[in-house]
Write a new protein. Sequence first.
Length: 224
Amino acid sequence: MASEQIPVTPPIITWARERAGFSIAEAAETFKKIETWEAGHAFPTYPQLEQLADKFKLPIAVFFFPDPPEIPEIRESFRTLPGDTFSEIPARVQYLLRKAKAYQLNLFELYQGQNPAQRIITNDLAFPIGVNVNTMAQQVRAYLGISLEDQFAFDSDDQALKRWRRALFDVGIFVFKDSFRVPEYSGFCLYDEYFPIIYANNSSAKTRQIFTLFHEQAHLLFHT
């Protein structure tokens, strides 16, 4: 079994690779024969299939489907990005985007489509693109309920991060954290009318993570 080739569906290997954000050249660094697998001239062994599933973050069973499954592309959540910009996002970050989308769907199921927060800031506050930043900041601070005096009383960066994260949760925004392993990416958000999400790089300094929370909150407030 270890050396026997497994007749999987070649187009699904291509779909899995592209969905994971890898070019042929990048995938070939790990799988030397992937181009021949995608062409159907050869097939992976079972151990290689396990490696494919792990690398592309998919169940092994998917590779035996007759056709690629119809799963909405995560890039549909980023329609404002121009041209092929999305394809330039590193594979690790694309994986986290899909993971965040899964969290969002799980939240919808867990809470039966109803955000547990009594009020949702992204629904209650709306700002024009040209809004004065000081005016916007004052309104957001008032809505979150943390005054300057409260903020100055935080005794550490860690406490500040926890308080701001809790404040966002209380107004309907879920914050998740993960190791991005790509230093130039600090975070992203996924807008949703009921379950807006912020995803932060927990490898960054606590102060940087706090900045990311408010940077991404601004995107959510503008529904982008």
